[in-house]
Design a protein. Structure first.
Length: 405
C-alpha cells in the first residue's frame, strides 16, 4: 500500500482566507511569556540536516525536535498548559496579557478559582501534558484513553498523579464519554478538538502551540533559512492548524506550502478534502494505526477552517512510512545529527522521503515544487514516548516494507 496525495481544491490566498489574527506573532508573544515563566522552559532545538537535504535533492531540511519539551518528550504540554492557564485566569479575573505562572500560584487567586477538576481524552501526549500542568498548579486531573492505548503511555500519566483509565471505545467515542462526565460532574474539559458549542478551550490549546511556532520562525531567521514547504502531521488537526495559522499571519504570501500528513486509518482531513463539498468529514472504526497520536477520526472544526484555506495538499500514508521516517532520523546521513523521533513525530519525514524517492511520486513532487530550491520544515512532535515500540521499529525493523530503504 502506498501514499495518496491530494492537492487542496479549496486553497486560497492569505488575504482571502479565514482570519488567523488569533494566531498572530503578537498573540504568540504573550503565550511564550507564559510558558517561559516555568523553570522547565527552554526552546527546543531546530536541527539542520544538510546531508539528508542533499540526498533527497533539496536545498534544506530542518527538523524541530520536540522530544526536549519540558522533559515530557512531546510538544503537547504547550497547548494543555496554556488552556489551563486561561481557564484559571477567567475564574481568577486575571487578564490574558501578561499571564505568568506566579499569578496562578498566588493563594488569594487560588481561593478565587475554587475547586476545579480537569478532565480529558488522550492518545498519550496531550493527557501527559495536562496531568503535568495540573500537578504543577495543584489541581486534580482525570484522563481517559481509547482502546488499544499502550500501558506505557498510561503509566506516564499515572506517574504525574492523575487518574487514568483505558476504555473499550475508540478515540472519538472516548472524547464523547469524557464530555458527558464533565457535564454531569462539573469538571472542566480540556480537549484539543473543537465542535459546535465547544470551541473556546480548543482555541486556547491551539494558541498554546504558538510558542513552538514562534521558536521555529526565530530559529530559521537566525539560520537565514526561509521555509518553502512545511509538513504538518494531523490527528484532530489543532497542532497543524495552529502552526499554519501562525506562519500565514507572520509571513503572509511568503508562508510555506503546507502538506498535511495523516495515517490511512484516520485520514479525516484527506477525506474531507476529497469529498469536495468544503465540509469536514469523519472517519469511523477502530482507527488502529502505528501513529497513535494521530488516531483521530473527527476533524476539529477550528482546525478544518484553517487547513481548508491554507494547506497546499493533504497526504494519507501507510504506517510503514512513519516507521521509515523514524529510522531515517535515528540513523541519519553521515554528518547529520541523529534525532529520536516517535511514531507520530516522524510521519512528516517518512512522507517527505517517499515523495522525493519514489518513482510513482514524480508528478506529486513536481506539483508541490519540491526541488533543489526547496527548504523543507519538519516537526518531530514526540520522541520515544513508548521505548519498546521505538526499539522494535528502529532496532528490529518492524513495519518494514519493500519500498523502504
Amino acid at each position: 500500500m502506498s501514499a495518496s496525495l491530494l492537492l487542496n481544491p479549496f486553497r486560497t490566498a492569505p488575504a482571502q482566507g479565514v482570519a488567523v489574527t488569533d494566531f498572530s506573532p503578537a498573540v504568540a508573544l504573550h503565550v511564550r511569556a507564559y510558558h517561559a515563566s516555568f523553570s522547565q522552559y527552554c526552546p527546543t532545538p531546530l536541527v539542520s540536516l544538510p546531508g539528508l537535504a542533499a540526498s533527497l535533492g533539496l536545498k534544506d531540511v530542518c527538523v524541530k525536535d520536540e522530544s526536549h519539551r519540558f522533559g515530557l518528550n512531546a510538544f503537547k504540554v504547550l497547548g494543555g498548559s496554556y488552556a489551563v492557564a486561561r481557564c484559571l485566569a477567567e475564574r481568577m479575573r486575571l487578564p490574558a496579557e501578561g499571564l505568568v505562572r506566579g499569578m496562578l500560584d498566588a493563594p488569594a487567586a487560588r481561593t478565587t478559582a475554587g475547586q476545579i477538576t480537569f478532565i480529558s481524552t488522550t492518545d498519550g501526549n496531550h493527557g501527559r501534558g495536562l496531568a503535568w500542568t495540573a500537578r504543577e498548579l495543584g489541581y486534580p486531573c482525570i484522563i481517559y484513553m481509547p482502546k488499544g492505548s499502550d500501558k506505557t503511555r498510561q503509566n506516564n500519566i499515572l506517574a504525574l498523579g492523575a487518574q487514568c483509565s483505558i476504555t473499550d471505545l475508540n478515540y472519538d467515542d472516548t472524547v464523547r464519554m469524557s464530555w458527558n462526565l464533565a457535564q454531569e460532574k462539573g469538571y472542566v474539559m480540556v480537549q484539543d478538538t473543537a465542535w459546535d458549542g465547544y470551541e473556546q478551550i480548543p482555541a486556547w490549546i491551539m494558541q498554546g502551540y504558538l510558542t513552538l511556532a514562534a521558536e521555529i520562525l526565530e530559529q530559521m531567521d537566525a539560520a537565514a533559512i526561509r521555509p518553502t514547504h512545511c509538513f504538518l502531521q494531523a490527528g484532530v488537526g489543532s497542532f497543524a492548524a495552529a502552526v499554519a495559522g501562525f506562519l500565514v499571519a507572520a509571513l503572509g504570501e511568503k508562508a510555506p506550502r503546507f502538506i498535511v500528513v495523516e495515517p490511512h486509518a484516520a485520514n479525516c482531513f484527506y477525506r474531507s478534502a476529497l469529498a469536495g463539498d468544503g465540509k469536514a468529514h469523519a472517519v469511523s472504526g477502530d482507527l488502529q494505526t502505528l501513529m497513535a497520536g494521530l488516531a483521530c477520526g473527527e476533524p476539529s472544526s477550528l482546525a478544518w477552517s484553517i487547513l481548508k484555506d491554507y494547506s497546499t495538499a493533504f497526504m494519507s500514508c501507510p504506517d510503514y512510512m512513519a516507521a521509515n521516517g523514524m529510522r531515517m532520523l535515528a540513523a541519519p546521513v553521515r554528518g547529520d545529527q541523529p534525532i529520536v523521533s516517535g511514531e507520530s513525530g516522524a510521519a512528516g519525514a517518512g512522507a517527505l522521503h517517499w515523495l522525493m524517492s519514489s518513482p510513482e511520486a514524480a508528478d506529486q513532487r513536481t506539483a508541490l515544487g519540491l526541488n533543489a530550491d526547496a527548504s523543507v520544515l519538519l516537526i518531530s512532535t514526540e520522541g520515544d514516548t513508548v521505548p519498546h515500540i521505538y526499539k522494535k521499529i528502529v532496532w528490529q525493523g518492524a513495519y518494514a516494507d519493500e519500498e523502504c530503504v
